[in-house]
Structures are given as C-alpha cells and as structure tokens.
Design a protein around this ligand. Structure first.
Ligand SMILES: NC(=O)C1=CN([C@@H]2O[C@H](COP(=O)(O)OP(=O)(O)OC[C@H]3O[C@@H](n4cnc5c(N)ncnc54)[C@H](OP(=O)(O)O)[C@@H]3O)[C@@H](O)[C@H]2O)C=CC1
Ligand SMILES: O=C1CO[C@H](CO)[C@@H](O)[C@@H]1O
Length: 296
C-alpha cells in the first residue's frame, strides 16, 4: 500500500497539532551505559529523530547523553518517556517522577509523556482514582510546558473511558503492544474515534516474530528483512512503530522501509496472523522493582 511518508523524519500530527516522526526508536532492554548510549547515537546517525524511553528502562541518563552529544537541534527531535507505576501513588509523586526523568535525561522538556500502565497490581482496587491523580499531574506538566504532548500506554477502552470522565485534556497517544500477531483492531478503532494516535510497541514481537517462516517468505519476496516487513506493515496501516535494536547494522536496516511496498497478497497473509503467537500481557511488577533500584 502506498504511504505518504518517504523518510523517518516525515510526521503524523497529534490532535494538538504537534508533529511526531512516523517511526520511533525503542530502547527497552538497552542497558544504561555504553549499550544504550551507542544504540541511540547510531539511531540518530541513521536518521531517527524520535526516541522512546521510560523511567523503568533505567537508561534515561545514557539516552539523554547520546541525544545531547549528537549536536542535533533539540527542536528537530521527538523524545518520549513514561511514568512508572511505583512513582504514581499521588499527584505530587507524578510531578516528582517527571522532574526526576527530566534530570536523568538532562533535558528541559520532553515531547511526549505517557502513563506507562493503567492498572498497577498493587493499586488494582482503585486504579480509576490512581489514573485521575496521575492525569491531573500530567495535565499540569503539559500546561507548564514540561512536555509537548501527553498520553497513555497499555490502556484498554475501559481505562480511557474512565479517564475521559474527569480529563480536561484528553490523551493524544496510546502506546500498545501491536504487531501482525496481535492486531488490536477494536482498540485501534476506539483510538481513531477519539483522535488518539496508536503507537506500536514490540513491532517485531521483541524479536520473536523474526524467525517465522511465513514472514520470511514475504521478506524474501521483497528482498528485505522480516524486521523491515513488520515496520512497513505498521506504516501501511497508519500506525507508528517503535523498533528497538542495539546493533548498528540492524538499526540501519530498520530505517530502510520506504523503498518497497506490501501488496494485497502480503496484506491478506499478514491479516491472517492476527491472534497467532504472543499476545498483549500484563507484567508482574515485582520483577521490575529488582532491576531498577532507583525506583524502589
Ligand atoms: N509501553 C510499553 O509498555 C512498552 C514499550 N515498548 C517500547 O517499544 C520498543 C520496541 O519493543 P521491544 O519489545 O523492545 O522489541 P522489538 O519488537 O522492537 O524487537 C527488538 C528485538 O528485535 C531484534 N532486532 C531488531 N531489528 C532487527 C533486525 N533488523 N534484524 C534482526 N533482529 C532485529 C533486536 O535485537 P538487538 O537488540 O539484539 O539488536 C531485539 O532483540 C521498546 O524498546 C520500547 O521502547 C516495549 C515494550 C512495552
Ligand atoms: O515498557 C515495558 C517493557 O516491557 C515490559 C514487559 O515485559 C513492560 O512491562 C513495560 O511496559
């Protein structure tokens, strides 16, 4: 399918008019230090201008340093970070968590700030009020210019419906697990109806989709990699993929998604993959407490 984007710097528009580059670079499981630093450095060299991180990834310092060292004008970059569960038991803690993320990144503002998960296990019995409090703080951060857009991640229809009952500013983005194996058609329609841009996390299924023979067949037909097919599928659907890699050759390969297009046979095969393989799941939060000591 033809798409209007021709490069990584082409953009979608959020409902508040802010432009967001059509592909973002993922950084989960890129360790703070040389790994995350080099990955972001290579991504920026390869042409990415949109970087996705999160407090819980533990790498905001290295991500921020690579951004600052790149010499690229801040205005030309789009940086997302996310509010982690443990830091959002109150309005004040959300404000504090945001300030901590900004200092770790070494930036004056971010472009997008997301609530990372709607229903942290510990707060399950009162997730509505938890989200209301965090969202009020997100609105303040937005109004104060700390972020150019606000949104949510892993929210289902019910979570957004609840949020909309009290929100003064409505979410601009919903970042969800999305790839041909889990196509989330209803949630995407809901996002579209509410002018919420859908961002696709784990577009390569955290690497698990890359060895599928049916995808390899499509990739071979176009003489590209499976990763390129999956990123291109997202773009042709109008979503915003966030592929991650720590290898310079993969990082470059994943940018080359504008010189070929999927045909109707490919789309039919890709559509049939819905529901096959890994599906959206909620993590056990305790696992993350151990790996990110500064958030405990
Ligand atoms: N909001 C949320 O709750 C979540 C958000 N995310 C965001 O989405 C991003 C992407 O999702 P993620 O689950 O990390 O993984 P992806 O689906 O992007 O897959 C990444 C894996 O694919 C490998 N890979 C990447 N490109 C290639 C290639 N061209 N050839 C071969 N292998 C390749 C990587 O290898 P290697 O790294 O070794 O190079 C890595 O193992 C995250 O990094 C994060 O920013 C992810 C999960 C949850
Ligand atoms: O962004 C994230 C990285 O992946 C984790 C899943 O294992 C998520 O919990 C988290 O939201």
């Amino acid at each position: 399918m033809q798409i209007s984007a021709k490069t990584l710097t082409d953009t979608y528009s959020l409902k508040n008019g802010i432009k967001i580059p059509v592909v973002g670079f993922g950084t989960w499981q890129s360790n703070n230090g040389a790994e995350a630093y080099n990955a972001v450095k290579w991504a920026l060299e390869a042409g990415y201008r949109h970087i996705d991180t999160a407090a819980v990834y533990g790498n905001e310092e290295s991500v921020g340093k690579a951004i600052r060292d790149s010499g690229i004008k801040r205005d030309d970059l789009f940086i997302t970070t996310k509010l982690w569960n443990y830091q959002r038991d109150s309005y004040e803690h959300t404000l504090q968590a945001f300030g901590d993320s900004l200092s770790r990144l070494g930036l004056d503002y971010v472009d997008l700030y997301l609530i990372h998960w709607p229903e942290p296990i510990e707060y399950r019995d009162h997730w509505q009020s938890l989200n209301d409090n965090s969202w009020r703080a997100m609105e303040k951060i937005y109004r104060d210019g700390g972020t150019r857009a606000i949104g949510v991640s892993n929210f289902r229809e019910t979570h957004i419906n609840e949020l909309l009952k009290t929100a003064e500013i409505t979410p601009m983005v919903n970042q969800i697990f999305l790839n041909p194996g889990d196509q989330e058609k209803n949630l995407i329609k809901y996002n579209q109806d509410h002018k919420i841009l859908t961002e696709a996390y784990s577009p390569l299924g955290t690497g698990q989709l890359l060895s599928r023979p049916d995808l390899k067949k499509i990739a071979n037909k176009h003489n590209v990699s499976v990763a390129q097919i999956l990123i291109r599928w997202n773009l042709e659907k109008g979503y915003l993929p966030l592929p991650k890699s720590t290898h310079q050759d993969f990082i470059k390969n994943n940018t080359q998604v504008f010189d070929f297009q999927l045909d109707s046979d490919d789309h039919r095969l890709l559509d049939q993959m819905d529901g096959q393989g890994q599906q959206h799941t909620e993590p056990r939060l305790h696992d993350f407490q151990k790996i990110v000591p500064f958030l405990e």
